[in-house]
Each structure stands twice: as structure tokens, then as C-alpha cells.
Design a protein around this ligand. Structure first.
Ligand SMILES: Nc1ncnc2c1ncn2[C@@H]1O[C@H](COP(=O)(O)OP(=O)(O)OP(=O)(O)O)[C@@H](O)[C@H]1O
Ligand SMILES: O=P(O)(O)OC[C@H]1O[C@H](OP(=O)(O)OP(=O)(O)O)[C@H](O)[C@@H]1O
Ligand SMILES: [Mg+2]
Length: 287
């Protein structure tokens, strides 16, 4: 039975559950459940605080987990990222009152408030900046107004929280984060074969969901003379499927295309004479 850690609360929890559901895994029915067994897929899910997940995984008691890249780095746990998942995207940045800081060197001798002490202390040490770090649990944006710190370092997505607190980011982003699958560092080298096979199957399922979310299937008919131009517009992942039509001189083409480009590609195909151009959603796939 594969043992997988899943975020129980916060920004990661909902999208992680949805992705696992789309990948065919059973998920908990109510938010107080701490663990569930999915007997069909031989997986046990443990619902844990996102901040703790890398620590559980590094201990070897759980095989893999879903958490944020920033939380993985902050924990300092002996775990590594094995698959980025594309949701809960954010940047991690310094911010202060406008005009009070422009770069890292302005932090010397000042106090930085953050919920991510590990990331901030590591970043300051890497750049040889001597500043104090004060740990707060959340709502860090208020720390400056209340005099606990002159600078904060926090997760930024839309920037709304910073704007509401009258703060501005400064300096380069400290890191870019998103949800990731994590595993104990080096675990694949010493895992037994059954666990390794199940981990790889789990990753293929999640990759299938990512592909199904980012690609659509495109079908169209075109004249044989236009085929090379059409195929250049829709090269597919390996190569498009081309089948003869009953009408001589025409072929049907089928290829996967990135969903975000689908409308532009349909216009371009139409312009070179393709017709009956259809796109359909992909529900699941294994590449
Ligand atoms: N507004 C946001 N947009 C995108 N990702 C976010 C956002 N806020 C937090 N995250 C990400 O969520 C993870 C932190 O999860 P955590 O549950 O600790 O905090 P949270 O989502 O802020 O929830 P809460 O503060 O309600 O407990 C990190 O990977 C962080 O980058
Ligand atoms: O740039 P934005 O779109 O505003 O998103 C970023 C904010 O979202 C999170 O806060 P959350 O609401 O989870 O509260 P918290 O600070 O107590 O964690 C994060 O800590 C930032 O404060
Ligand atoms: Mg939060």
C-alpha cells in the first residue's frame, strides 16, 4: 500500500484533492477525516498540515507527499521535488513601506517578519546580509504597521494583501513556488520494487491529468496539397494521425494541441483551407 501525504487545509488542499480525484483516486468525503484507504488503487492518503508534509516524507514513514516548493525549502527536510503540479503558484518576496528599501543591502541591521524563517534566514546568509528574523504565524503584512518589523517576507500571488497593507515589494523575488510532489532524497535508489512501481504509476497518473488540462484534441479535414502546411501548425506530440477520406484528394488529421493556442490554430487552419475543424477535451491520458 503506497502511503501519500495530502494537504489538509489552506490554498493547497482543494486543488490537490481535485487533481487526485481527476487521477482516479478516492478522496475523503469530509474535511475532518485524517486518513483514508483507497483499496482499489492500494493507496492510503494521510491529510496533514502542508508545512509538515516534507518532514513526514523525509522520515521515510510516508512514501510521497504533495506540498508547496516554498514549504519544502523552508522545512530544510531531507526531501526533494519530483514533479511540479502547476497549481498554488506564487512568488516569495520582500516588502516594505514605499521608499524605505530598494534591495537586499538595505536589510542590514533591520528586522524581517515572516512565516518562512528557513527561506529568509538561508537567503540572507547566502548574500551575507546581517538582519534579524522574527517568526509570525500569518497575516504578516500587518507586522510593519504594528512595529514588530521594518520589512516582511511573504507569499505574493495577486499582490492584493500587500496593497491593502500599503506595502510594496522590493528586490528580486526570493523564489517562485507551486505545488509539488516530494519524496525522501534518494528514496528511488533504495525503494523496493513494488513501492517504486507504484510511485511511478502515481506520477504517470498525475502527469496524465496535467496533460489533459493543458492540451485539447484537434480534428480537421484538409486537401492533400495543404497537408504539410497543416501539419506544421499541428505537429502533435509525436506526429499527427493522417487518414484518407472517401473524397479523393482530402485527408482527415488528428493531433493534440496546447489548449491556450487552440483558437489561433483553428483560424490559421481555416485560412489555409482546412474545414470541419473540431476540438475536444481530453479527460485522461498516459503519454
Ligand atoms: N494566495 C495564495 N496563492 C497561491 N498560493 C498560496 C497563496 N497563499 C499561500 N499559498 C501557498 O500555499 C502554501 C502554504 O499553505 P498553508 O496552508 O501553510 O498556508 P495558506 O494557504 O496561506 O493557508 P492558511 O493561511 O489559511 O493556513 C505555500 O506553498 C504557499 O506558496
Ligand atoms: O498576493 P495575494 O493574492 O494577496 O496572496 C498572498 C497572501 O495569501 C496568503 O495569505 P492568507 O490569506 O493565507 O493569510 P495568512 O497570511 O494568514 O496565511 C499569503 O500569506 C499572503 O498574505
Ligand atoms: Mg496563509
Amino acid at each position: 500500500m503506497l502511503r501519500i501525504a495530502v494537504p489538509n487545509k489552506g490554498s493547497l488542499s482543494g486543488p490537490a484533492g481535485e487533481m487526485l480525484h481527476e487521477a482516479g483516486y478516492q478522496q475523503r468525503r469530509e474535511s475532518k477525516e485524517l486518513r483514508i484507504v483507497d483499496p482499489t488503487n492500494e493507496v492510503e492518503f494521510f491529510y496533514l498540515r502542508p508545512r509538515d508534509i516534507a518532514i513526514y516524507v523525509s522520515s521515510g514513514k510516508l512514501d510521497i507527499g504533495i506540498t508547496g516548493r516554498d514549504l519544502l525549502v523552508d522545512s530544510g527536510a531531507d526531501a526533494e521535488e519530483i514533479l511540479p503540479l502547476g497549481f498554488a503558484r506564487s512568488t516569495f518576496r520582500f516588502a516594505a513601506k514605499p521608499g524605505t528599501a530598494t534591495g537586499l543591502t538595505d536589510l542590514a541591521g533591520r528586522t524581517v517578519a515572516t512565516s518562512y524563517e528557513g527561506i529568509v534566514a538561508g537567503h540572507l546568509a547566502d548574500h551575507g546580509v546581517d538582519a534579524s528574523v522574527v517568526h509570525l504565524d500569518g497575516a504578516v503584512e500587518t507586522a510593519i504597521e504594528l512595529g514588530v518589523a521594518e520589512v516582511i517576507a511573504d507569499v505574493v500571488e495577486t499582490g492584493t494583501s500587500l496593497r491593502n497593507a500599503g506595502l510594496e515589494v522590493f528586490g528580486e523575488p526570493i523564489m517562485k513556488s507551486e505545488a509539488v510532489v516530494v519524496r525522501r532524497t534518494g528514496a528511488s535508489a533504495d525503494a523496493d520494487e513494488t513501492v517504486e512501481t507504484k510511485v511511478q504509476q502515481f506520477l504517470r497518473r498525475l502527469q496524465g491529468v496535467l496533460v489533459a488540462r493543458t492540451y485539447v484534441m484537434m480534428d480537421y479535414d484538409c486537401r492533400v496539397e495543404q497537408l504539410e502546411k497543416a501539419v506544421a501548425l499541428t505537429p502533435g506530440l509525436e506526429s499527427p494521425t493522417v487518414s484518407p477520406l472517401h473524397n479523393e484528394g482530402w485527408v482527415a488529421v488528428r493531433a493534440m494541441v496546447p489548449a491556450k493556442d487552440a483558437q489561433r490554430i483553428m483560424d490559421d487552419l481555416y485560412d489555409i483551407g482546412a474545414r470541419a475543424i473540431l476540438t475536444t477535451a481530453i479527460h485522461a491520458c498516459r503519454l
